[in-house]
Write a protein that binds this ligand. Structure first.
Ligand code: ZN
Length: 153
């Protein structure tokens, strides 16, 4: 099973940002070190989160603001990282990709992280989306280098 590892800092930043952006869907980019070319993902260790504005300004849809995307893209280049995927929140529904999320998934090598805010506690899930096919990935929080802490709500 494919795994996405995320620092606990990144996890906390994402959840805080998603709550802060309510009632809109929040979004942003995940970055981390690149793995060799030719693998199924650009990388699997998320060490940085770039919050982005939701250009759709919607509680049901998200569009990463193109300027915020460019800023993140420039910053990862300077730091020798790569964009690993995109994060967004579901304000009312379960953290599973909607038909629009699946249709509009721009990159088969990205991780698609969704934070569900429809229940009392936020829950985070991650998926790969390739040619319309959704596969859930394992998510490890705080385990960079030493995968000790697993937190899946
Ligand atoms: Zn969605």
């Amino acid at each position: 099973m494919v795994m996405l590892v995320m620092t606990s800092d990144v996890y906390a930043q994402i959840v805080a940002y998603c709550l802060e952006r309510l009632p809109e869907e929040a979004c942003g980019m995940l970055a981390g070190p690149a793995v060799e070319q030719g693998t199924a993902h650009y990388g699997n260790e998320a060490c940085t989160f770039y919050p982005a504005r939701n250009a759709a300004g919607s509680a049901r849809l998200y569009t990463v603001d193109p300027l915020d995307y460019l800023r993140a893209d420039r910053d990862v280049e300077i730091r020798g990282l790569v964009i690993l995927g995109v994060v967004h929140s579901h304000t009312h529904t379960e953290p599973y990709p909607s038909p629009v999320d699946i249709d509009q998934a721009p990159d088969p090598k990205w991780h698609y992280v969704i934070v569900g805010l429809g229940r009392p506690l936020p829950s985070m899930r991650t998926y790969s989306i390739r040619a319309g096919q959704v596969i859930e990935e394992e998510l490890l929080i705080g385990g960079l280098g030493h995968r000790q802490a697993q937190l899946i709500i």
